[in-house]
Design a protein around this ligand. Structure first.
Ligand code: SAH
Ligand code: SF4
Length: 358
């Protein structure tokens, strides 16, 4: 039974699957155990990262994503260098402690140099305690190194699913969407010296509890420092939409995401786990539920408002109109209810990264 498994702390595939299928009292026990583990290991507070969605241009065609290259109805944008620096300085002044720069995938000499220049500028206008995470897709090791040397120190590249078979069902089967290449990119990120982040989508069509249990084992196996994982949300202008009738209801996908977070917190007590926007898009309290279940990172959106609605990865994406102050105020208010506080002015690397480097 799942209750015994938690106390045994044994995380093989069978026990993880049982935990993911837990219901009622057992489900509650799982979430509560994860909450206790987090409190004991890293404390009841969350780190912030201001999120800048740099551009929705993308050279890839992932079947699930609203800003895929093949979606011709998206109005494409690129934020200017000045707007990025402005947002970074605002994040710094407001005490957010760090920044995430995310974008559709672009690979070119110009893009590499541009990001390098922006990173250097951010570093020279903030201080060394200000953290920078990048989530700019698959790049060469040389590019990862240049960005690391310019001041980025965390990189998030989700594997999306650890199952090769499922990976092929949700991506075109070609060189630009290659599972092995993605794995190698994660290896390069580690080799260069970043805090390594990865994650998966939860509730994809054709995905089973077996896949999800393997995903958690995969994240443990590659020894991630940080994880961003959350529910898959369908988008009607994507190829995967044709399988919408195979999907669990969104509330179930959220519930499974919470159990995934709780399991991972028990399996890897000292990593950083994000409460993702997709959770809040399904349920107004989704973010707080994720934090209760073991997440400890929140990423308030700092993309200038005029661009925000075009970074439309999935439908009903939340927070497209909130200013930074509004989202900080509401976050603080809701965290109080679950007895958490915000770790202001901390760049918030995971304990795991610090531990593995000692
Ligand atoms: N282009 C980069 C980063 C931006 S996309 C990359 O792909 O790595 C960031 C994440 O959004 C992806 O990793 C994917 O997990 C998530 N995403 C895309 N479409 C989604 C959808 N329909 N539902 C939920 N998450 C989605
Ligand atoms: Fe591009 Fe990332 Fe969306 Fe794939 S998930 S289409 S790489 S933005």
């Amino acid at each position: 039974m799942a209750i015994d498994l938690i106390s045994e702390n044994s995380f093989d595939k069978k026990s993880i699957k049982a935990l993911l299928q837990a219901e009622g009292d057992e489900e509650l026990l799982l979430l509560n155990s994860a909450a206790k583990t987090k409190e004991k290991t890293i404390g009841n507070f969350v780190y912030l990262r201001g999120l800048i969605e740099l551009s929705n241009y993308c050279s890839k065609n992932c079947y699930y994503c609203g800003i895929r290259k093949g979606n011709k109805s998206v109005e494409r944008y690129i934020i200017s260098d000045e707007e990025i620096i402005e947002a970074a300085v605002l994040a710094y002044n407001k005490g957010l402690g760090s920044l995430v720069i995310q974008s559709g995938e672009m690979c070119s000499k110009n893009f590499t140099s541009r990001i390098e220049k922006i990173l250097k500028q951010i570093k020279s206008t903030t201080n060394d305690d200000f953290g920078i995470t990048l989530s700019l897709g698959e790049q060469s090791e040389d590019t990862y190194k240049r960005w690391f040397d310019a001041g980025a120190h965390r990189y998030l590249l989700r594997i999306e699913t650890s199952s090769l078979d499922l990976y092929h069902k949700i991506h075109p089967n070609n060189k630009t969407h290659d599972y092995e290449k993605r794995l190698k990119a994660i290896e390069s990120i580690r080799k260069v010296g970043y805090n390594v982040g990865s994650g998966v989508m939860i509730g994809l069509p054709f995905q089973t509890a077996d896949h999800l249990a393997n995903d958690l084992l995969f994240l443990k196996e590659i020894d991630v420092d940080m994880v961003g994982m959350g529910p898959y949300i369908e988008h009607h202008l994507t190829p995967l939409y044709k399988y919408k009738d195979l999907l669990q209801p969104q509330t179930e996908r959220l519930r499974m995401s919470l159990k995934m977070i709780a399991c991972l917190r028990l399996m890897m007590p000292d990593i950083n786990i994000a409460a993702t926007t997709a959770m809040q898009s399904i349920d107004a309290d989704g973010r707080e539920k994720a934090i209760f279940a073991g997440a400890n990172v929140v990423m308030p959106n700092m993309t200038p408002l005029k661009y925000r609605e075009n970074y439309f990865l999935y439908e009903n994406k939340t927070g497209v109109a909130d200013t930074l102050q509004e989202s900080l105020d509401s976050l603080q208010e809701s965290l109080k209810k679950i007895n958490h506080s915000i770790g202001f002015n901390q760049r918030g690397d995971s304990q795991h990264f610090k531990n593995r480097n000692n």
